[in-house]
Design a binder for this molecule. Structure first.
Ligand code: SF4
Length: 664
């Protein structure tokens, strides 16, 4: 019988089982190197952190040993789309190629599944829904008759921003659990039962951390029987975890509660309590809390270091919180009087109590090891968060587990030093084994890097306009095929507006984040404009990663400026102050590594296969002129560096001649 390592070599090596069974599979030394490191970890237990650059084929590197190893596996990735890809494409392909008797399950958070009970409630009390929501509700009702999984990802062209979705999905607070009349056919519970029985369960980081905090999705039962836990796209773990390990009080959640309170009261206990009055007082208190924060139209984070958020008077703030606390108490008392009539009321009481506790928390001073802020948009979110997940991971997960469980963490970007300390420090993984695997792509031949020398500094008010002008010129010359990444929403708006104005009805189709869903934008960009025009996609934040467009549809990536974290952000400030308190240099140890990882992610959109060619333009002369630029350069793939405008334009024109698809 083959050892695990021999079996993995036989699968991934030249002429191996995957080369024979998987279309276009190529044996790659880096892929095998990573797979063998995973083998050792599976045999020895403990944590392994692997940075595997673009093109390594890291998914097979961890899946092949994990599947052949035969232990139960919990596999977490960053988004629901990546979950679907792993579960719907990669896993079945491998299981078939390796001929293994392995069962798999996909487990998402509650909000991804249709809640049959709430859909029926919405159908009964549909008044107040707009015509669009009514049409969607009818579509969902038809789909509900046929779906086996209840996963809303099955619904074609579903607008994830639809106001109907909270009405037809459940939360931990409003789910009736085993007392629900639809419990037997419940999709959420069915998915959890399947996960508990499967050999490989695919989850996402949000679910992992949500369960860490509230222990409700069944992972607390699942994890003890799992020997291998794998985190792909692990660079997102710290930010995701920090969100979930914090506490928040959101005015949107308060208003959702009012709606559920009124619906349940009027349907199940009409006339027994003056529900309109109870709900009105609660709603008034929730709206008052938002109003007292002022009419800020620009969304952003408001610092909150003392008792009161920055710029607010203490008295109205405290009064608004006190009023909300009283509204919670009054609601709990009203619900108590009818709690025996239906399980819905018990859930509502639990929700009102949780709100009351959070109001109490936010009325007092924040904890020393945490940071507070208010997130402002149409709604307000009061947040208290840890600075990172390190302590939590050490305490809850790694300490007791190291001896018998294997933890694999992988991503294309986890830092820029040999120890990958950007990642390991934030996640409490200082003792983990670390491996870095380079890309198999021939970057000097396939890609070029250009920094336009004449641009003003990024803080100059004319910078965004210049970026828009130049990017428009280059994209026009290339016939589209351009992804322009901005570091702020303000730059996104300005650059997007200028480009759309310039090319209105012209040679380019300018796609801007926010004007269509992310999936629609990327699909349209990948296909090319239907009327034959080239595509220029302008995106911020989420477009820096996860955009995978191999081939000629994407040949130019333009970055507006170096992606340093915003220094005025409360979480960024708190992290920076914590480093200072330890005698460390926040710029060197935090701002630069963050920029390195984000820049690598953005640059990683360009070359996605051995045959791709393209160019990266960074519109920030600091990369060239500042001493720290050397560290950023070193972190980028070794592309050909173009110094003069003439060389740059010649490279660009060379790209237009390589068009083989005519896609864009
Ligand atoms: S058990 Fe919960 S999630 Fe399932 S149908 Fe009932 S309320 Fe919805």
């Amino acid at each position: 019988m083959l050892s695990l390592e021999q079996a993995v070599r036989a699968a991934l090596g030249p002429g191996g089982s995957l080369a024979r069974a998987v279309h276009r599979f190529q044996a790659r030394p880096g892929q095998l190197e990573m797979a063998l490191a995973v083998c050792r970890s599976l045999e020895q237990g403990g944590a392994l952190v692997v940075e595997a650059s673009t093109g390594v084929g890291k998914t097979f590197s961890y899946l092949v040993p994990a599947l052949i190893g035969g232990e139960r596996v919990l596999l977490s990735t960053a988004t629901k789309t990546l979950q679907d890809q792993l579960h719907g494409r990669d896993l079945p392909r491998l299981i078939e190629a390796l001929r293994l008797p392995v069962s798999t399950a996909l487990l998402k958070g509650r909000s991804s599944y249709l809640c049959i009970h709430r859909m029926q409630q919405a159908l009964q009390g549909g008044a107040g829904l707009g015509p669009k929501a009514v049409r969607l509700l009818a579509r969902l009702e038809r789909w509900a008759q046929t779906t086996a999984s209840g996963d809303l990802a099955e619904v074609q062209d579903l607008d994830e921003r639809s106001s109907l979705l909270p009405l037809v999905t459940s939360t931990r607070e409003n789910c009736l659990g085993s007392t629900c009349p639809s419990f037997k056919s419940c999709h959420v519970h069915h998915a959890r039962r399947e996960a508990l029985a499967a050999d490989v369960v695919v989850i996402n980081h949000h679910l992992f951390f949500a369960d860490l905090v509230i222990r409700e999705s069944g992972m607390a039962e699942l994890l003890p029987s799992v020997r291998t836990v794998i985190f792909d796209e692990a660079h997102q773990l710290n930010e995701t975890g920090t969100q979930f390990l914090g506490t928040e009080l959101a005015t949107g959640a308060l208003l959702d509660f009012v709606r559920d309170l009124l619906a349940a009261g009027l349907q199940l206990a009409r006339g027994l309590v003056d529900w309109q009055a109870v709900a009105a007082e609660f709603e008034y208190a929730a709206r008052e809390l938002r109003l007292v924060l002022g009419k800020r139209t620009v969304s952003g984070r408001l610092m909150w270091s003392g008792l009161v958020p920055e710029g607010l008077d203490a008295e109205p703030w405290q009064a608004a919180l006190a009023r909300l606390g009283r509204a919670c108490e009054a609601t709990i008392i009203a619900l108590d009087t009818v709690s025996e009539l239906a399980p819905d009321f018990l859930r509502l009481i639990a929700r009102a109590r949780a709100f009351r506790d959070r109001v109490e928390l936010f009325t007092g001073e924040g904890r020393k090891d945490r940071v507070r802020w208010v997130e402002l948009g149409q709604q307000a979110r009061l947040v208290e968060s840890p600075l990172d997940i390190a302590q939590n991971m050490r305490d809850h997960w790694f300490a007791a587990d190291q001896a018998h469980r294997t933890w694999i963490f992988t991503s294309a970007t986890l830092g820029d030093d040999e120890a990958l300390s950007w990642f390991t420090g934030a996640c409490g993984l200082e003792g983990a084994a670390v491996l870095r695997v380079g890309s198999p792509f021939d970057f000097p031949r396939q890609a070029a890097l250009y920094i336009p020398p004449e641009l003003p500094l990024p803080e100059d008010p004319g910078h965004a306009g210049q970026v828009a002008r130049l990017a428009g010129d280059w994209a026009g010359r290339l016939g589209g095929r351009t992804l322009l990444l901005t570091t702020s929403l303000r730059a996104l708006r300005e650059i997007g507006d200028r480009l759309q104005e310039r090319f209105a009805g012209g040679v380019l189709d300018v796609l801007v984040q926010g004007q269509l869903t992310r999936r629609e934008l990327i699909d349209r960009f990948r296909r090319g404009s239907q009327d034959g025009r080239g595509c220029l996609l302008v995106g911020s934040a989420s477009f820096w990663e996860g955009v995978d467009v191999p081939g000629d549809a994407l040949q130019l990536v333009v970055i507006d400026k170096l992606p340093f974290p915003p220094p005025q952000d409360p979480l960024v400030q708190a992290r920076s102050q914590a480093l200072q308190a330890q005698g460390r240099n926040p710029f060197r140890d935090y701002f630069l590594p963050e920029a390195v990882v984000a820049l690598k992610q953005g640059a990683g959109r360009l070359i996605r296969s051995e045959s791709d060619r393209g160019a990266l333009v960074v519109c920030d002369t600091r990369l060239q002129n500042k001493s720290y630029g050397a560290r950023l350069f070193k972190a980028l793939p070794p592309m050909t560096r173009l110094q003069s405008e003439a060389d740059w334009l010649a490279w660009l024109d060379g790209l237009t001649r390589t068009d083989t698809t005519g896609a864009c």
